[in-house]
Each structure stands twice: as structure tokens, then as C-alpha cells.
Design a protein around this ligand. Structure first.
Ligand SMILES: [Zn+2]
Length: 236
């Protein structure tokens, strides 16, 4: 059973392991690749992904969900990362696809349909994942799961429920919420509210008829979330 972590999450990313070797078909191997010292491994503190799905459909746990993943460079904040073992498109199994679809449905339900689902390749010049994740997850054009067109449109028009619970942010602030705001503003999400972020926030406020004060309060959060939905609905 999937349980929501305490950190903010609004996107789920799918990956493939880029190997078809049976000896690599386990989270322990991925853990070694990610944590072994360089140059053998990535030298990270933990596995980059939260979940790993074997060829036989077995689901294995990687990095704790409470921690931000290391999986989509520059786009890790606010995400959950899932990796399916495999490299050759025809060698992925129905058992894996059933498992990932089931897991994503649980995640989607836990978030009441407010999360969107994506492939790593959407934010990187990579082929990952090589399988047709949009078809496997039955995604609509918003990257949403299991929703009819009308339901998706309704969600797109809804004001984001989390705007009320987001902290007020200004220049000098640091942390996860800053990184989220930066990712919504298409900035590098380093979590540091510096002069560049301040300038982009002020321009965003002017463009959206808000007070140009550089403070991300409730109204600016709402506009940021609404803006994200418009961008999603504009993508095909
Ligand atoms: Zn990937």
C-alpha cells in the first residue's frame, strides 16, 4: 500500500534501468551503481529511485519516499521516481506493466488525481524510459491517469488545493518549497531564493496582475499552480 510522504509531491517520473541482464534485475544492484564511489558508481548517499520493478513484476523499495529522489537532474523536487528493469523495448513484461500501472493508480488515488505522470525523457535529452509509458499508464494529454476528458478538464479548471498550505516565501529563503516554486517558474531548482528568482517572481506577478512585491504568498502560489495546469493542457 502506498502512503503519501510528508514532503510535497506533484509529479511521478518513470525510468528504465538500461540493462537486460538477469543479474542486474534487483534493487541491490541499482543501489550499488548509485552508491559505489566514483568512478565505479555515482557516489550517492542512497539509491536514486524510490521503486524498482523486476521483470517478474516484483516491486522493490529503494530510497525512502520521504526523501527527494536523484533521478531527473534539475527536476527532482516534488517527484517520485520509479524504475523498471530493462533496456530492449520488446523485453519488458506484462507483469512489470501491470505492477507499474497498479502502483501509479495507488499514488494517483492517494493524491486525489492532483499528480501527473511523466517519462524521464520529458525533462532530459535521453531515451529513458524506452517503453511506451503513456500507453502503459493510459495517460491523458495532461499526463493524468485514468480520467475521462471531461474529468481532466474539470481538474484543469480547479484551483490547486495546496496553495492554501504553502509557506510564504521571499528573497533569502531556502528549502524544498523554494525549489518547488523555482521548478514552477522553469528555473533551476536549487532551493535558494536569490536575486534571479526574485526577479523572475516579480515578472511573473506583473504578468499575472498580482502585486509586484517578490513575495510568494497565497495568490502567487495559486497563479503558479494554475499556470502549470495551463502549460500541461497546452501540451499534446
Ligand atoms: Zn531515467
Amino acid at each position: 500500500m502506498f502512503t503519501k510522504p510528508n514532503r510535497f509531491v506533484d509529479r511521478v517520473f518513470l525510468h528504465c534501468s538500461a540493462s537486460d541482464h538477469a543479474s542486474h534485475d534487483n534493487i541491490a544492484t541499482i543501489h550499488r551503481w548509485h552508491t559505489d564511489p566514483k568512478p565505479r558508481g555515482n557516489g550517492w548517499s542512497d539509491t536514486g529511485y524510490h521503486y524498482f520493478i523486476r521483470k517478474d513484476g516484483t516491486l522493490e523499495n529503494g530510497r525512502p519516499l520521504e526523501r527527494t529522489p536523484s533521478a531527473q537532474g534539475g527536476h527532482n523536487t516534488g517527484t517520485i521516481a520509479i524504475c523498471l528493469h530493462g533496456l530492449d523495448k520488446p523485453k519488458f513484461t506484462t507483469a512489470q506493466f501491470d505492477q507499474v500501472r497498479g502502483l501509479c493508480l495507488e499514488i494517483n488515488n492517494a493524491y486525489h488525481g492532483t499528480v501527473t505522470f511523466h517519462g524521464h525523457k520529458e525533462v532530459a535529452a535521453k531515451a529513458c524510459p524506452v517503453f511506451d509509458y503513456r500507453d502503459v499508464l493510459k495517460l491523458d494529454r495532461f499526463g493524468r491517469l485514468g480520467l475521462s476528458g471531461a474529468e481532466a478538464q474539470g481538474l484543469a479548471n480547479e484551483t490547486h488545493r495546496d496553495a492554501d498550505t504553502m509557506p510564504q516565501l521571499r528573497r533569502g529563503d531556502r528549502g524544498e518549497a523554494v525549489a518547488l516554486a523555482q521548478s514552477l517558474l522553469m528555473l533551476k531548482d536549487d532551493g535558494i531564493f536569490g536575486p534571479k528568482t526574485d526577479g523572475v517572481v516579480r515578472d511573473f506577478q506583473t504578468a499575472h496582475g498580482l502585486e509586484r512585491d517578490g513575495v510568494i504568498g497565497k495568490d502567487t502560489w495559486k497563479a503558479l499552480f494554475a499556470n502549470e495546469r495551463i502549460e500541461h493542457s497546452g501540451a499534446s
